[in-house]
Design a protein around this ligand. Structure first.
Ligand code: SAH
Ligand code: SF4
Ligand code: F3S
Length: 448
């Protein structure tokens, strides 16, 4: 290791860069709060900070190479480098290898151990190196500082881990078994977020709808019970949750969509593929028809609900006609938005050693066709919203003078002109639609 890359003293400034899912974003915010509580100051540009935390994602290919190239890019022109900590799911999966291959990395910390980050940074600043990738997580939340500030839309992790073991996925290995955070802790954290400025809270979990706990009266409740309790706070206007597994959509949670006004009409419900044979090979444990009848039941109580999904094209053995079934499913559901990915073999997962991997060119072609279908679907959804009157939560300024950007109840990006502030709830009529955003006209009289 070149002496020039060794930290000279305890870092005074830091930067946390998060990749991957919203739970990683939440973890990144908590790490920033932990470091802030040590008296360190956050700076935005990575290479200028004394400490850089790369909060990584392992879900698809080239995740590890990306980390190594990010590490390389942190080296400054004078040959020095910040103190580098690798956190997140790549740290969990490949921490030892990173330590061996990248001498400039001084700290490797998994998603369930980051409450130890300040101690580990202290050891690194003293010239050592530190690795922690222990599971499970409960101790972590108790050790984090109390939340103080929040933007208008906040994330709150309520559940972690996954027991589903879809055959393509690394999450059960990087995040461990499903655990639910206790009810009282969540009510308290939500209260602090609202006091700190949050108007909307998105409850997060890899399988958020598997959340369960005892409430303050000792009754066992599910996610609908938690949503109901949080909705009682008069200063909280909106509640969302993500990501849900179709098999964990309980009757209570479905009913909640028809009963709780603050629960926004949006549901991210990944299906992955439109062929029952592929779904079985993926170990999804639902079928196309069970997914569609679930959507029917949800739409029966909340007809305007926006459905979002995740899709994988080119799972091993997927034939052209099986892929066509995915396109048909997209057309049948009418997705408001979606994420779609080429299948990526992940080391250690059962699908990685399955036969009949789909050639890369074929995979590209399928992804393009699927994305065109999804684009048509979101455009149709947005166009059907024209004329709707709704409330938009202002999240940031737009590019034009006087322009603001916010989210509709259906999680559409809406821009409009007026004299507002971040965090305002503004009543608009939706007047124009593209596939990714809409424009709104501000109403002088409130909706409803
Ligand atoms: N728990 C969530 C999210 C998991 S990761 C769920 O079950 O839906 C987010 C998305 O990444 C998945 O929904 C899936 O579409 C995609 N994904 C996961 N592993 C993948 C892989 N090996 N190759 C391509 N996409 C993958
Ligand atoms: Fe991965 Fe499946 Fe679990 Fe989602 S449900 S995190 S895709 S194993
Ligand atoms: Fe990525 Fe880990 Fe989230 S692998 S998608 S950061 S759970």
């Amino acid at each position: 290791m070149p002496a020039s890359s060794a930290p000279k003293s305890f870092p005074k400034t830091f930067s946390v860069k998060s990749f991957g899912c919203q739970m990683n974003v939440y973890d990144g915010e908590r790490m920033a709060e932990l470091l802030g509580a040590q008296g360190m100051t956050a700076v935005s540009g990575g290479e200028d900070a004394d400490l850089v935390v790369l909060n990584t994602c392992h879900i698809r290919e080239r995740a590890t190479e990306k980390v190594y190239s990010d590490i390389g890019r942190l080296r400054r022109e004078d040959g020095t480098a910040p103190l580098i900590a690798v956190a997140g799911c790549v740290a969990q999966a490949e921490g030892e290898e990173i330590m061996a291959r990248a001498p400039s990395v001084k700290v490797v910390v998994g998603p369930q151990s980051y409450h130890h980050l300040p101690d580990m940074v202290a050891r690194a600043a003293a010239g050592g190196r530190a690795t922690e990738t222990d599971m499970p997580a409960q101790a972590k939340f108790a050790a984090l500082p109390k939340r103080r500030k929040s933007g208008p839309s906040a994330f709150l992790t309520v559940q972690e881990g996954c027991d589903k073991f879809c055959t393509y996925c690394v999450v059960p290995y990087t995040r461990g078994a499903e655990i639910s955070r206790p009810f009282n802790d969540l009510v308290e954290e939500a209260r602090l977020l609202v006091a700190g400025g949050a108007r909307e809270i998105t409850l997060l979990g890899q399988n958020v709808n598997a959340w369960t706990s005892e409430d303050d009266k000792g009754r066992t409740i599910g996610l609908d019970g938690l949503i109901r309790a949080l909705a009682a706070d008069p200063d909280l206007s909106r509640i969302r949750y993500t990501t849900s597994h179709p098999n964990d959509m309980t009757e209570g949670l479905i009913a909640a969509h028809g009963e709780i006004d603050k629960l926004m009409p949006f549901l991210h419900l990944p299906v992955q593929a439109g062929s029952d044979r592929v779904l079985a090979a993926m170990n999804r444990s639902h079928t196309v028809s069970s997914y569609l009848s679930l959507l029917d039941r949800i739409r029966a109580v909340r007809p305007d609900i926006a459905i979002s999904g995740d899709f994988i094209v080119g799972f091993p053995g997927e034939t052209p006609s099986e892929f066509n079934e995915t396109v048909k499913l997209v057309e049948a559901v009418g997705y408001a938005q979606a994420f779609s990915f080429k299948y990526s073999p992940r080391p250690g997962t059962p699908a990685a050693t399955m036969a009949d991997h789909v050639p890369a060119v074929e995979m590209d072609e399928r992804l393009q066709r699927l994305q065109a279908a999804l684009q048509r679907s979101s455009l149709a959804f947005n166009q059907a919203s024209i004329g709707r009157r709704c409330t938009v939560l202002v999240e940031r300024r737009g590019k034009l003078p006087g322009q603001w950007l916010g989210k509709s109840p259906w999680l559409q990006s809406v821009h409009f002109i007026g004299d507002f502030a971040i965090g305002d709830l503004v009543d608009v009529e939706l007047i124009e639609a593209g596939p990714n955003s809409l424009s709104g006209r501000v109403l002088q009289t409130p909706v409803e």
